[in-house]
Design a binder for this molecule. Structure first.
Ligand code: AMP
Ligand code: ZN
Length: 465
């Protein structure tokens, strides 16, 4: 079966065909860095990580761009409150975002363009929309996109345009626009913005949110590229507006496949900053919850299904990860004969893994096949011993599936259960003044690449580089 994705544009599972053979260009809407991201946001980024890793598994070269929104109303409000420049204000949240990506084992995109580094590109796009007469200025120095000039508006969200109060004037809005559905490309400077503005050919002000994704995607991926992703809340208005700006501006088709992930929920509601029902990754890690277990929870439900976050799920995920890791550790080859039986089992399950993921990233099917494979190999082991060749084949299989799942290896910044047990045993030995035992455990940890440092505050560890 060919690789296919559910395309929000067609509401259909479409066969995937990249524009350029062997190469996939994809854009993913990134974080607004005015606070720490919550694990709901990371559900979207983990879905995109699965997509990216699976495309690479299939042999594609992937060029992924994720924007960093480092100017918007909330950033300006909060930065001005603290008296910091927006760059200073957003820096720590941006750093934290990358730390969180690493903790969750999310592979880095090729480019992370920041909105504030791309004002000229946005200005150019807005200028071309003004030249075409599709954008108009208002008295306060803002510039709007005139939706009635773009008849295809609504094609992604499948909106009934007639119901969108065409022609209704907006009195209450702080910016004076012609129609309620028109949206801001550029926001003219006002007192509340304080020092945050750019003096440009189109006036003094700052870009709207939607324009950054249109300008930065075309800069790094071209006017027409393969995949655009985000959470379902991005479909309207954000992605609809991106399409309008880009296609009206360039006259070309913008994106071939639109993929959206469903929300992470908490007791029936979307996890969100505004609802206050969110967990930040760092809060969970502070509670000694394993980052890979969180990755597993966010990864293992199909991306188009809502996922309710519970600590029971985290516990179950930790058990699944332990099963996988213990299985890998238990592999010992006893003979050198090659039975071929193991290779047959592995081929079958690797095919299943690929066939299920080909079907719109059916991750539960893929994980099911991995655990069935382990079960079948364990059953085989009850009556046969593994050869060295078998072990090599199994390890290759595990590494291959883990290039997509990324849960098997203990991350650099974490201890395995066994390593933690050794450290605890050494603490105990030290408490009992059993220095010989403490030194023995220290040496054993060192041979595993872990360096301990005893300080008055306790014992810290790091991995040998
Ligand atoms: P934001 O910072 O709100 O623009 O969100 C960044 C990304 O996270 C977007 O792709 C959103 O669609 C996504 N997102 C926000 N909340 C959730 C949630 N509860 N579950 C899944 N994705 C989310
Ligand atoms: Zn975007």
């Amino acid at each position: 079966m060919a690789l296919r994705f559910y395309n929000t544009m067609t509401r259909n599972k479409d066969d995937f065909q990249p524009i350029q053979t062997g190469k996939v260009r994809m854009y993913t809407c990134g974080p607004t860095v005015y606070n720490y991201a919550h694990i709901g946001n990371f559900r979207a980024y983990i879905f995109e990580d699965l997509l990216r890793r699976y495309l690479k598994f299939k042999g594609y070269q992937v060029v992924q761009v994720m924007n960093i929104t480092d100017v918007d109303d909330k950033i300006i409000r909060d930065a001005n409150k603290t008296g910091k420049s927006i760059r200073e204000f957003t820096k720590s949240y941006q750093d934290a975002f990358f730390e969180d990506l690493d903790a969750l084992g999310i592979e880095r995109a090729e480019v992370y363009p920041a909105a504030t580094d791309h004002i000229p590109e946005m200005v150019n796009l807005i200028k071309s929309l003004l030249d075409k007469g599709i954008a108009y200025r208002t008295d306060d120095g803002s510039i709007y996109f005139r939706v009635s000039d773009y008849p295809a508006y609504g094609k992604l969200a499948h909106l009934n345009i007639a119901e969108m109060q065409r022609g209704a004037r907006v009195q209450s809005d702080e910016y004076e626009k012609e129609e309620i559905r028109d949206f801001a490309l550029w926001k003219g400077w006002k007192d509340d913005d304080g020092p945050v503005y750019w003096e440009t050919e189109i006036g003094k002000g700052r870009p709207g949110w939607h324009i950054e994704c249109s300008a930065m995607s075309s800069k790094y991926l071209g006017k027409h590229f393969d995949i655009h992703t985000g959470g379902v809340d991005n479909i309207f208005p954000h992605h609809e507006n991106e399409i309008a700006q880009s296609e009206a501006g360039t006259g070309e088709k913008f994106v071939n496949y639109w993929l959206h992930c469903e929300h992470l929920m908490v007791e029936g509601d979307k996890m969100s900053k505004s609802a206050g029902n969110f967990y930040r990754l760092r809060e969970l890690l502070d509670k000694e919850i394993d980052a890979t277990a969180i990755r597993y929870v966010l990864l293992s439900t199909h991306y188009r299904q809502k996922l309710n976050f519970t600590f029971d799920k985290v516990e179950a995920a930790a058990k699944s990860i332990t099963r996988l890791r213990d299985f890998k550790k238990s592999l010992i080859g006893n003979t050198i004969n090659d039975s071929q039986q193991i290779r047959k089992i592995i081929d079958k399950y690797l095919n299943d893994f690929e066939a299920t993921l080909d079907d719109d990233l059916n991750i539960s099917g893929a994980l099911g096949s991995v655990f069935s494979c382990i079960h079948e190999i364990n059953t085989f082991r009850e009556t046969n011993s593994l050869t060295e060749d078998d072990v090599q084949a199994i390890v290759e299989y595990l590494n291959r599936i883990d290039s997509v799942l990324n849960v098997l290896e203990v991350p650099e910044n974490q201890l395995s259960d066994e390593e933690q047990t050794l450290i605890d045993a050494r603490q105990q030995a030290r408490a009992e003044r059993n220095w010989a035992e403490a030194d023995r455990i220290r040496d054993e940890l060192l041979s595993r690449g872990i360096i301990l440092e005893d300080t008055p505050q306790g014992t810290s560890w790091k991995r040998k580089i």
